[in-house]
Design a protein. Structure first.
Length: 382
């Protein structure tokens, strides 16, 4: 028992490292009433036995069962994720820690292999692992990544880059030059150009390689041809709670679906991350965390509607781990009010849910390792 506590505390301390430069000033908000509820979609499940042409893998960073339950109450008892009929649980621990960080968990989800904490798509020896982004490219599919955090942050990095150390932000960002991903959208311009210590301008370099580059969401909406690199903020995109994000996350994702699918017989693989749920849970801010989950859920609704219309798309939603050791203590479904307790400022070792909808979704059920969930998806890519 004692040993496990030491692991949990050390993990909490380490987990904060990645989020220090965006730690919100106000900490510890434990009750919240969402001002409005977003309407949820209704989608029909396609026939069983289809092999998906397109795959959208959506990750809510830090979004465990407790966080989803809380967001469900805040949205007056409805979420788009509820429309995904195939549900299971996955275990998030990594090779050297019971409580994972986003790098090790992302590596398991992206590559199908567990690794040590802090490692970005490498094995414990530091050797590079292929992600499902790489598999998709080898299979002739188009690929895309859409996040609301810095593109060098752990989760997107595990899909697009390789580095034994998640803190090598400049090296990881430079990896986007050779990742071959067709549609790249997120934040982190400080690491692409504005505050690099090596003087390189990765944003200009990727433009010189033939990417159409965008620095504003409005301009991105006018994009007509791939490949696209859109770096839309110095670090993270504006928070969902502030209202400044508006429909940015939804628009970035819808544009990805549109551009990746157009005149494309081979299909695509797209990873979408609700990245900042985790940051606000580290700060024990239920108000901001709930609004991040609700924004992510609106994107899930858009993706489900798109997938229903397409009929050949698999959508999988999961989390890399849960954060904040959060418990939903009380709430009012009609009012959208929640009251929670946070027992730490780090991650925890509780299983997280996964949800599947669309072509081939019936294959997803049971309690699995995070790496196994990855293999269940990549079996459809190869
Ligand atoms: Zn975290």
């Amino acid at each position: 028992m004692k040993k496990i506590w030491i692991v949990v505390l050390a993990a909490a301390a380490t987990a904060m490292v990645g989020c220090v430069d965006r730690a919100p000033e106000q900490k510890g908000v434990t009750s919240y009433t969402a001002p409005t509820a977003h309407p949820t979609v209704e989608v029909a499940q396609p026939a069983k036995g289809l092999r998906p042409k397109n795959i959208v893998f959506m990750i809510g960073d830090g979004m465990g069962l407790e966080q989803l339950s809380t967001a469900w109450v805040a949205n007056r008892g409805a979420l788009n994720i509820d429309q995904m009929p195939y549900v299971g649980l996955q275990r998030t621990y990594c090779l050297d820690w019971l409580v994972t960080d986003s790098a090790a968990a992302g590596t398991a989800l992206a590559t199908g292999q567990k690794t040590n904490k802090g490692m970005v798509a490498t094995n414990p020896q530091g050797e590079e692992l292929s992600s499902m982004m790489d598999l998709a490219q080898r299979a002739g599919k188009r690929t895309g990544v859409v996040v609301v955090c810095r593109l060098n942050d752990a989760t997107p990095a595990t899909f697009c880059c390789n580095n034994p150390d998640r803190d090598e932000a400049e090296e990881i960002t430079a990896d986007y030059l050779t990742c071959g991903v067709d549609y790249i959208a997120g934040g982190g311009m400080n690491y692409w150009r504005d505050e690099r210590t090596d003087g390189r301008d990765i944003f200009a370099e990727i433009g010189a390689k033939g990417y159409n580059t965008y620095e504003s969401a409005e301009k991105l909406m006018e994009a007509e041809s791939l490949p696209v690199a859109a770096v839309l903020a110095p670090l993270e995109l504006p928070s969902a709670l502030s209202g400044e994000r508006g429909d940015m996350f939804r628009n970035m994702t819808t544009k990805a679906l549109d551009m990746l699918s157009r005149d494309n017989d081979e299909g695509f693989f797209l990873m979408v991350e609700g990245s900042c749920i985790d940051d606000w849970l580290h700060a024990n801010r239920v108000d901001a965390a709930v609004e991040e989950i609700l924004d992510f859920d609106r994107v899930v609704g858009d993706v489900l509607e798109w997938a229903e219309k397409d009929g050949q798309t698999l959508v999988v939603v999961t989390a890399d781990h849960a954060t904040g050791a959060m418990t939903l203590l009380w709430g009012d479904i009609e009012e959208g009010t929640v009251e929670v307790n946070f027992a730490n400022e780090g991650h925890n070792g509780i299983m997280v849910p996964y949800f599947a909808y669309g072509a081939g979704a019936e294959k997803f059920d049971g309690t699995v390792e995070n790496a196994q969930l990855s293999k269940m998806i990549s079996d459809y890519i190869k």
